[in-house]
Design a protein. Sequence first.
Length: 192
Amino acid sequence: MMPPYDVALTALGARLDERGVRHSVSVAAMAAHLADTYGLDSEAARLAGLLHDWCKSMTGAELLERAGVLRIPVTDADRAVPYLLHAPVAAAMLKRTFPGIDAAVLDAIGAHTYGSATLTDLDMVVYIADTLEPARTHAGAGELRELVGVISLEELFTRTYADSLRHLIESRRRIHPETVATWNQIVGGEAR
Ligand SMILES: [Fe+2]
Ligand SMILES: [Fe+2]
């Protein structure tokens, strides 16, 4: 059985500070709204949104160590930016904490930092909610929020992801190979 929202929220409160919990609750609400809008399972989206940052307060060293224990593949990109591992490590830990949780929920949590070459609609919903929840005020966030329900989920994700990539490039940050694979999957089908 999936953990009830309240149970998950209480457990999360023991792991994140107040600001982290506020962000998680906001992502949960936006993910549920996106799911409703695009005809997906809003309870799964709400739970994935709530729990996506389960490992956000762990240090880079802790994440690398835990990834090793959980046999999560660690690439050079992860060693350079271990913070990105807070997504896959969360998915693996939550599977043990809440054995009844849907695999689709865990996949969406696991893909919320560097993406996944096999993105599902739920993965896109959680990524968008994390990037565009109302407290996010980066350039373009407001415009993208106004497009919820106006354009397709895939188009909304593509625009949101393009903004994230643009930001990585402009700030000269490293781009994880999975992020590149995600982008190629999104645009791959189109002749250009
Ligand atoms: Fe996160
Ligand atoms: Fe987040």
